[in-house]
Design a protein around this ligand. Structure first.
Ligand code: ZN
Ligand code: ZN
Length: 367
């Protein structure tokens, strides 16, 4: 039994294959994070989901993927893994802080960015795996060291794309559209297997010696036609000077009482708590004009919220956003639960030196 605690983000094809390997290798402390229920497209390339569906038939499609994998690991290997059916950005940082390694198996660039920021803030290494599109026999495994000078996931993204992703997930500016997503990873079954195996190898190295992987690197895994075998090409990842994630704001990441007005946690009135992701308190449907108080993370509202009046998905535009709360803000009267903030979360407590530094602007309703 290994006592390394692993957070696995994404329980699709690659995540399920990696889960199988982790269970076979007796990793007992795994937190699986994925917001969705099982869908037919998950089953096509996953031998594990095929087994589960063969046993449970249609019943399987009513369950969250994380729950199915946790049940499977318990039944087959007597492992007590943990399931968290939510998006990574809605998974409390306090929950992730208990982990030693964050592993990303998601097929969404936005989810990777969100996973990577959580890892950076918590000073955790991140292992990221992916397979190439439709039937291509190739995959990629990247290791991101938490050290200040090592490349992070964001370092490897072009500056234009980086700005696009950050403005979508992080900025409080309104009205930006969903960044174009690369086609979903479908891959080839053996590419999924080889990629998951390469990921396991790194997890095992890390498990044996937490200090052995000091730099960030990426490995391409591909089928070599001439050699008729899988080959792995390693590439060092350089840190990007323009990447904004290496000098994160000073302050301590601490919990807030979930049922306590935020003001009570601020103690001294020169503190502000900073949220990792901007949060929407009021929104308006751009199709029918319906006004709502969604209390949802902005990026989630834009992609997933359904208009209560006209039923359109993703039509709400935020009209009131918070990204930090100070003593004088109206949001300080409310508890994290009332604001719809995630449980077991951590917030950056920042000292505010002068009133002019307060970011009142983002707290005001906008037209
Ligand atoms: Zn970086
Ligand atoms: Zn509407």
């Amino acid at each position: 039994m290994k006592d390394l605690r692993l957070a696995v983000v994404g329980a699709g094809t690659l995540g399920s294959e990696l889960s199988r390997l982790l269970a076979e290798n007796s990793f007992s402390n795994v937190l699986l994070i994925d917001p969705d229920r099982l869908e037919p497209h998950n089953v096509a390339l996953s031998s594990l989901y095929r087994d589960i569906v063969a046993e449970e038939e249609h019943e399987a499609f009513t369950h969250y993927k994380t729950e199915l994998l946790v049940d499977w690991a318990r039944q087959k290997y007597s492992l007590t893994w943990e399931s968290f059916a939510a998006e990574i950005a809605d998974t409390g940082l306090g929950r992730l802080a208990l982990c030693d390694l964050v592993i990303s198996c998601t097929d969404s660039t936005l989810a990777r960015v969100e996973t990577a920021l959580a890892a950076r803030v918590l000073n955790l290494p991140m292992l990221d795996g992916g397979v190439r599109g439709e039937g291509i026999p190739a995959g990629r495994v990247s290791w991101f060291s938490p050290s200040h000078d090592a490349a992070c996931y964001l370092c490897g993204i072009s500056e234009i794309r980086r700005a696009e992703l950050l403005s979508y997930a992080l900025s409080t500016s309104l009205g930006c559209g969903l960044p174009a997503e690369a086609p979903a990873m479908t891959g080839a079954p053996d590419a999924v297997r080889e990629t998951a195996a390469a990921m396991l190898e790194l997890i095992q190295s890390f498990s044996a010696d937490k200090h052995c992987l000091k730099t960030s690197f990426s490995s391409r895994i591909e089928w070599d036609l001439t050699a008729q075998s899988w080959i792995q090409k390693d590439l060092k990842l350089p840190r990007s000077v323009a990447c904004p994630w290496h000098d994160l704001p000073e302050g301590e990441w601490l919990p807030l009482g979930y049922d306590q007005p935020i003001r009570d946690s601020l103690h001294r009135n020169n503190m502000r708590v900073q949220l990792l992701w901007p949060h929407c308190l009021e929104a308006r449907c751009r199709v029918c004009g319906h006004q709502s108080t969604p209390n949802l993370r902005v990026a989630r509202l834009r992609r997933k919220a359904v208009c209560a009046q006209c039923g359109t998905i993703g039509s709400y535009e935020p009209t009131r956003i918070i990204d930090s709360v100070g003593d004088e803000d109206f949001a300080a009267d409310f508890t994290p639960r009332q604001l719809g903030l995630t449980k077991q979360h951590l917030y950056l407590f920042r000292r505010v030196f002068a009133p002019m530094m307060r970011r009142k602007d983002v707290d005001e309703p906008v037209a």
